[in-house]
Structures are given as structure tokens and as C-alpha cells.
Design a protein around this ligand. Structure first.
Ligand SMILES: Cc1ncc(COP(=O)(O)O)c(C=O)c1O
Length: 423
């Protein structure tokens, strides 16, 4: 698909190409599975995915019938108790994992705590957790938290920039903690290669898949990944605050031990024994009572992925981002908006990020025109292209709005400077 995207010189050419690309789009029918507001160009699926129709239906059912009518019996009759496993297995298929290694629970941050402590315990003679300076802050914060809990004798965060990662893999490092797709630039790490290089030095690797799951063709088992975490509110469309997931490779499950030893991870929680006895399987990653309403909605949302080819998703994602970048050039926006995402499609996640001194105000002006993008401090404007509900004509509409805003300096209007709590 990307090789059908050439250089364009005008808006008219972009519109013609978009109509052709939309007509050839093998994923076009997936749009109907989502409940997108009319007339909204939603380029923020990398922050919060759109509501799937199946999820909307389940939300009503789980609240009105399962909770409202069937009440506590639903733990058994609607199998609430097994939801973390059921949903985990659905996610496993999307991330290339065989059964019994993936569980739905908690948030990325909390799951990182479990994995970091568990992985450090498996490398008792090492203390360094190596990560990248521009990793998503929570990943670094969680290591800092573990460091202050265990002391710097047992955990020490070391950050380097992306280019120095490979050279920094050495025998001091216990754990390599990386996010596969950089949240700002969209740069994709070579997960298979870095995992292999780390293993050669005896390092365990934890991957954060926040911007990968549901939009990249992942092969966790084949790439011999040790551990991974991910969220479900972005490309998996589970809804705001939907629970995350955790992956522990089968080969580590017997030795791995996570410290948040809550009753739900006990081998027999309903025995109410005073002594914790961990489940040796992936359920040991459970801590407290799962967020059933959220998890039920996510369970239904994931049905969108049944029989979906992730290769087709990747192909369309690359084509959409390629088309957007070509459009920035065609409309001469690339002198004002500096692209910081990789130009090679295979190195780019499903987003394009540009910088501009007035990025925040530009983002607000776009939102006013019903084109939803997002802003990351200090000057990054991110456009996310979720391939299941974004088409090429949507990209052109976004570019048209962007052109009007930049050409007329609409962003200088003070109304676009007002910052709310969430930016
Ligand atoms: C790469 C990455 N990791 C972690 C998080 C946050 O994780 P959580 O809020 O689920 O703990 C985000 C949020 O956007 C993210 O982009």
C-alpha cells in the first residue's frame, strides 16, 4: 500500500488519491464496528480508542442485567471470576502469545511494579535496570519507586539515550525496560533483536506495549520475550481506564514471584487461608478484585479483533502515516511543522508527531474544527491513525484544517491558549 503513495503537489491530488486508497481499503468495513461521533476526524486512538458497538452493548448488559438483576451470582453465572484469564487469552492472540501467559489486570504502572520486582529477584547478583531517557515517565517512575523501596543496592535505574542502548547492555544489568513504540516520536524498537542481545548478556527484558498492542504484528513467543505489559484503552479500544495486561513467558512462570500478593493471586482464594500460597500460573499476577464492569466492556471490545489480520492492520497503518507525511509536504506544511517521527514506514508506529512552538494552540484549533489530535509538552503535536476506523479521506480533512490553521495563524487566537488539567 505504501508504494502506491507518491509525492503530491496539491490538495486536489491528495483528495483523488484518498478516494482511490479508500476504495481499495481491505479494512474499510471495520469502521461500522465503531460508534464514532458524526463528522469527527478522530486522530487520537493512540490515547483513547473509539467505542466499539459491541462494547456499548455489553456495557448496558453488564450494568443492567448482570449487576442490576443477577447481582452477586454473576461471579459464577456470568463467569466474572474468570474474566482476567478470558480477556488475557483474547489479548494473547493479538500479541502473538500462546495460552496461559497473558492476564488482564490493573494498570501498566502497577503491572510494571510486579514485573520489575519479580525480574530483579531472578537476577539476585545484579541491580541495574536499564531504560531509555525518553521512555514514558511512568516506566521510569516505577523503577525509581522500586529503587527507594529496595534500596539502590538492589535496584538502580540507569537511563541512556536510544542510540546507546545496545552498547549499554552488560553484565551489570539485571533488567532492560523499554517501550516498543516511543510515545512521542512513534519510533519502533526492534524487539526481537534487542531481546536477543540482552539475553546474550543474561539480561531479562520487560517490554511496554502501550502503543503496540492492537496495531503492530507482535510475536512475543517467537521473539522469546520474557515479560511485557500493555494497556487496553488505546488501540484495543477498551475504554477510559480499562485494565491493562501482563505477559510472563511460560519458561519463567515457576520461578517468577510478584510481590503484590493479594488474595486473587492465591492458589485457592476461597479457602481464606491466613498464609499466602501463590498460584504458579499466570493468575499469580492478580492482586485484588478485578474491575469487572471495565473488563467486561473490554472483553466485548476485543471481539473486533476476531479473524483480523494484524499484517493488514500494519499495512494500513503505514499507508495512513505515509499519506499524512506526504500531505504535509504537498501542502507546504512541513516548513512550519517539523516531523519528528521516523520517515521509514517500518520504523514508525501508527502515529506522526510534529513539533511547533504553538503546538498546544494548534491542537486546540484543530479540536474546534472537529479534528481531534493531541499535544505532548513541550511542543509536540501527535496524530494517531487507528487503521480500523480512520480512512484516507479523513487524513485529507485533517490536513485541510491544519493548512487553514497554519496559513492564517489561527493558533494565535488567545482562546486556544487555555489549558485544562488534561492536555
Ligand atoms: C508507553 C506508556 N506506558 C505507560 C502508560 C501509562 O500507563 P497506565 O496509566 O496504564 O499505568 C502510557 C500512557 O499513555 C504510555 O503511553
Amino acid at each position: 500500500m505504501t508504494n502506491q503513495i507518491s509525492a503530491f503537489t496539491s490538495l486536489e491530488e491528495l483528495k483523488t488519491a484518498a478516494a482511490r486508497l479508500d476504495s481499495e481499503d481491505k479494512l474499510e468495513s471495520y469502521g461500522a464496528l465503531f460508534d464514532l461521533p458524526d463528522d469527527c476526524i478522530y486522530l487520537d486512538g493512540n490515547s483513547l480508542g473509539v467505542l466499539p458497538v459491541s462494547a456499548k452493548k455489553r456495557a448496558k448488559e453488564v450494568v443492567e442485567q448482570q449487576w442490576g438483576r443477577d447481582l452477586i451470582s454473576s461471579w459464577n453465572t456470568h463467569n466474572w471470576i474468570d474474566l482476567p484469564i478470558i480477556v488475557g487469552e483474547k489479548i494473547a492472540k493479538i500479541v502473538g502469545a500462546a495460552p496461559s501467559q497473558t492476564l488482564c489486570c490493573d494498570s501498566i504502572s502497577v503491572n510494571l511494579f510486579k514485573l520489575l520486582c519479580g525480574a530483579l529477584n531472578m537476577r539476585p547478583n545484579r541491580k541495574v535496570v536499564l531504560s531509555q531517557q525518553d521512555n514514558f515517565p511512568t516506566d521510569l517512575y516505577m523503577v525509581q519507586g522500586v529503587e527507594s523501596l529496595l534500596s539502590s543496592q538492589r535496584c538502580m535505574l540507569r537511563t541512556v539515550d536510544s542510540n546507546n542502548l545496545e552498547a549499554s547492555l552488560n553484565e551489570e544489568v539485571a533488567v532492560l525496560l523499554l517501550t516498543q513504540v516511543n510515545y512521542k516520536t512513534g519510533y519502533i524498537h526492534n524487539m526481537a533483536k534487542l531481546t536477543k542481545l540482552a539475553h546474550e548478556k543474561g539480561i531479562l527484558v520487560i517490554w511496554d506495549l502501550a502503543h503496540s498492542a492492537g496495531v503492530l504484528d507482535l510475536k512475543l513467543d517467537a521473539w522469546e520475550v520474557d515479560f511485557a505489559v500493555g494497556c487496553t484503552y488505546k488501540y484495543l479500544n477498551g475504554g477510559p481506564g480499562a485494565p491493562g495486561f501482563v505477559y510472563v513467558a511460560q519458561r519463567h512462570l515457576a520461578q517468577f514471584k510478584q510481590p503484590l500478593s493479594g488474595w486473587m493471586g492465591h492458589s485457592n482464594p476461597f479457602q481464606f487461608s491466613p498464609n499466602y500460597q501463590s498460584n504458579k500460573n499466570i493468575s499469580q499476577c492478580l492482586t485484588g478484585t478485578p474491575a469487572i464492569i471495565s473488563m467486561s466492556i473490554l472483553d466485548a471490545a476485543l471481539d473486533v479483533f476476531n479473524n483480523l489480520s494484524m499484517l493488514q492492520v500494519v499495512e494500513k497503518s503505514q499507508a495512513l502515516t505515509e499519506f499524512f507525511i506526504a500531505g504535509l509536504t504537498a501542502l507546504e506544511l512541513d516548513t512550519d511543522l517539523i516531523c519528528i517521527s521516523p520517515l521509514e514506514p517500518e520504523l514508525r508506529g501508527s502515529q506522526v508527531a510534529v513539533t511547533h512552538p504553538n503546538a498546544f494552540a494548534i491542537c486546540q484549533a484543530l479540536i474546534k474544527r472537529n479534528v481531534v489530535a493531541d499535544f505532548r509538552a513541550p511542543n509536540v503535536l501527535r496524530f494517531g491513525f487507528a487503521p480500523l476506523y480512520i480512512g484516507f479521506s479523513d487524513v485529507v480533512r485533517a490536513l485541510e484544517s491544519l493548512k487553514q490553521i497554519i496559513a492564517n495563524k489561527v493558533y494565535l487566537n488567545p482562546e486556544f491558549e487555555v489549558k485544562s488539567k488534561v492536555t
